[in-house]
Structures are given as structure tokens and as C-alpha cells.
Design a binder for this molecule. Structure first.
Ligand code: SF4
Ligand code: SF4
Length: 244
């Protein structure tokens, strides 16, 4: 099982990643009109997380009870008995589910839906660059967000490099939670960092709020210092750094 605190082993050496969603016409994730690519997987579990469904690094089946028509279709067709009906509403046992997707495809109301999918770097770039003309006219570009992009570091680096190869402005929305080597690699192809620093200093209270564990806390505390040391935020007008 993947450790939630370490970047996962990336399929195809990072040529493939798990994408939570791709949002076009984003106007709050950097300058101009942008496309924001949300990756799946985050080593933190912040109490205030606005996208908790992006925390797991794997694609997942989501269930929206308010959409459920209580038709029972999903429970009837699940071969492994992973769905039971409780007062007519389906309940999914994730430990039994084989992710065959039969229930998602058959659900008539969209109550069951897949969150996250595997994408190659090429496909993610292709989809993200559909609005390229708007980036040029508005001074926008592409923003990589999450989840935590540094949780899929090689995919992130390759994706951003491919955008730069197309002369597209790139932004990285990150909590800074990754090794310095990882950060350095990804920053190579990043024009702007939207630095979403969660909690410092890292006391017991912040550990409780962010789900951060002791053995991994050093990088969380040290990276901002390293960033300062490297001169990234010494100049408040440094165009590469914005605080969230
Ligand atoms: S198939 Fe969809 S609508 Fe029908 S019970 Fe299952 S989740 Fe609800
Ligand atoms: S994805 Fe397949 S195994 Fe999982 S609950 Fe749906 S039908 Fe059952």
C-alpha cells in the first residue's frame, strides 16, 4: 500500500500520473486566464482541505447520496458484493471493491462517479493547452495544483517542461512539502510558485491540523528556509513567488 507521506512510485517513470481534474478558465490560480491541473495525492491531511477527495493518490469511486435514486442497480450487478443497500441507499465496501467500474457505468443518476484518472504527460498537456490562445491574449498559462504536485514529482516536472517547450507560462501551487531535490527539479520548469504554506512553526497543534507525522516534519519546516536561502523570496517582488 502507498505510504501517504512519501511520493508514490510513479507509473512509467513519471510518464503517467493520476489527475484529479482539469479546470479550464481558472482566474484565481495565477495571472490571466489559466487552466489548472489538479493532481491526485497529498501527504498532508489538513483539517481545512477544500478538496479532501484529492488526498488519496489513487482513482476512487465517489458516492453522492443526494443523487442516489435508490434503484438498487449497483448492488444487484456487483459480482463481489461490495455494495449493500442500507434503507435503499447504496453503501460501498472499498476493501472488497475491485474497481471494475460496472456500477459507475450503470448508475443512472451519476450518484456513483470516478474521481481521478491515469493520464500520460502528453495527454495531460494536450488537454491543458486547448485554451492556448487565451493564455497568449491574457498573460495566462497553466497551473499545476492538487492534491500536492510534489507527490508526483517526475510527472509534475515532465508536465511543466512540456508546457515550457510550448512557451506556456507555468505556475506551481504547492505546500512545499517534498524533498529539496524534488523541489529543485520541478522549479526548473516553473515560472511562478503559489506557495501555500500550511503551518509554521510545526508544533503539536499544526501536526493535528495538517495530519503531518514527526519523521516527515523536517522537510516541511526546512524547505521554506531553503527557499529563503536560495533567494527565492528575499525580494518581495520576485515574480516567481506568491504567497497563497
Ligand atoms: S445505481 Fe446509482 S442511483 Fe441506483 S442505487 Fe446505486 S448509486 Fe443509487
Ligand atoms: S466497481 Fe465493481 S467491484 Fe467495485 S463496487 Fe462497483 S461493481 Fe462492485
Amino acid at each position: 500500500m502507498d505510504c501517504p507521506h512519501h511520493p508514490r512510485v510513479e507509473p512509467n517513470g513519471g510518464g503517467e500520473g493520476v489527475v484529479f481534474s482539469i479546470q479550464r478558465y481558472s482566474i484565481q490560480d495565477g495571472p490571466g486566464i489559466r487552466t489548472t491541473v489538479f493532481l491526485k495525492g497529498c501527504p498532508l491531511r489538513c483539517a481545512w482541505c477544500s478538496n479532501p477527495e484529492s488526498q488519496s493518490p489513487n482513482p476512487e469511486i465517489m458516492f453522492r447520496s443526494q443523487k442516489c435514486q435508490r434503484c438498487g442497480t449497483c448492488a444487484n450487478l456487483c459480482d463481489v458484493g461490495a455494495i449493500t443497500l442500507v434503507d435503499g441507499v447504496s453503501r460501498l465496501d472499498r476493501s472488497t471493491c475491485t474497481m471494475c467500474m460496472a456500477c459507475v457505468e450503470a448508475c443512472p443518476s451519476g450518484a456513483l462517479a470516478l474521481s481521478g484518472k491515469h493520464m500520460t504527460v502528453e495527454d495531460a498537456v494536450e488537454e491543458s493547452c486547448r485554451d492556448e490562445i487565451f493564455y497568449t491574449n491574457s498573460g495566462g498559462g497553466v497551473t499545476l495544483s492538487g492534491g500536492e504536485p510534489l507527490f508526483q514529482p517526475e510527472f509534475s516536472a515532465r508536465f511543466l517542461r512540456a508546457c515550457k517547450d510550448r512557451s506556456i507560462h507555468t505556475a506551481l501551487d504547492t505546500s512545499g512539502h517534498g524533498t529539496w531535490q524534488t523541489l529543485k527539479r520541478v522549479l526548473e520548469y516553473t515560472d511562478l510558485v503559489l506557495f501555500d504554506l500550511k503551518h509554521l512553526p510545526l508544533r503539536e497543534a499544526s501536526r493535528g491540523n495538517t495530519g503531518e507525522q514527526r519523521p516527515h516534519s523536517r522537510q516541511f519546516e526546512e524547505n521554506p528556509r531553503l527557499w529563503r536561502k536560495k533567494g527565492l523570496d528575499q525580494d518581495p517582488d520576485d515574480p516567481r513567488l506568491q504567497r497563497r
